[in-house]
Design a protein around this ligand. Sequence first.
Ligand code: PLP
Length: 354
Amino acid sequence: MTVIDLRSDTVTRPTPAMREAMAHAEVGDDVYGEDPAVNRLQERVAALLGKAAALYVPSGSMANQIALAIHTRPGDDVLVGEGAHNFLYESGAAGAIAGVQMTIVGQGGLFDAADVEAGYKVDNHHYAPTRLCCLEDTHNRGGGKVWPQAQRDAVVAAARARDLQLHLDGARLWNAAVFHAAAAGRSLAGTAAEALSPELRALAAPFDTVSVCFSKGLGAPVGSCLTGSRELMDRAHRMRKMLGGGMRQAGILAAAALHALDHHAARLGDDHASARALAEGLARLPGVRVDGAPETNIVIADLTGPADAFVAGARERGVLLNAIGPRRIRLVTHLDVSRAACDDALGRLAGLPA
Ligand SMILES: Cc1ncc(COP(=O)(O)O)c(C=O)c1O
């Protein structure tokens, strides 16, 4: 029985063509700034997002933590949405490395201008000064949710009115861009990531820093970029060194990301369609509730019974998924699961006590 792994879009393995691109990567010592593939990737990503500069880092977590460190000083306060990756899933790094406290605003991951106002600490020595507001698009815990533009703009305006810096965790910004392109009726078939540049630039424009990952929907094995002004990226570069994130012949990895930008961005719409099919099929199972159609590649479902038992039962049937709450499961579509595999998974899950 083949295993169908729906735990995360991080589980993909490099395709033969990607491995080929990695094998032929032109490399140098990136700590000296001499790796041609890394330099090409950084320039390409900065251009794609309309930022002055980009810095290649080993992970999305490091990109987020560097952003926190360069925007704040220890003792500052940072506004984040509920379930934000940089709050919930980065091992407490925000407190340990940047030394900041985080204030959760809103519910479900997204928030609005009133939440920014409610979370903002007025200038008073009792409070940690609020310096930074972080958004996540798409929102992982929020079920791959895309920020509606008007809501995002209102939050940005409220944050700027309070002189806050803005960071966007765009680990899955590619998915958000594909969502917006599809909503605008644009066909992306056969295009490289540059076809998404109008959407990516619009999404990135309001933020001082934006992180993007290559190791999620794009299917590369490693790596993220942090983007922003040259001055901020110079500071980020120093912070990357402090964290031990300076890599040497990293072009082997950058080549995988470059290949992914050429071949795996436009196809993300297929993952979104598979996620909708999964959500529809799950919603038909007794005891399973799905709140509306997923916007991108993440499906969250609520069960009547315990999630752990459902996940264990699914594993016995060769379907891997994650419990993200006592009665909540998460399934993620990606490059290594076809639509047919998703249909197969639904067949295997039928009849499992939920
Ligand atoms: C929204 C978001 N941000 C950041 C990250 C961190 O990425 P990494 O696993 O590369 O550290 C993830 C990982 O899943 C994520 O979902």
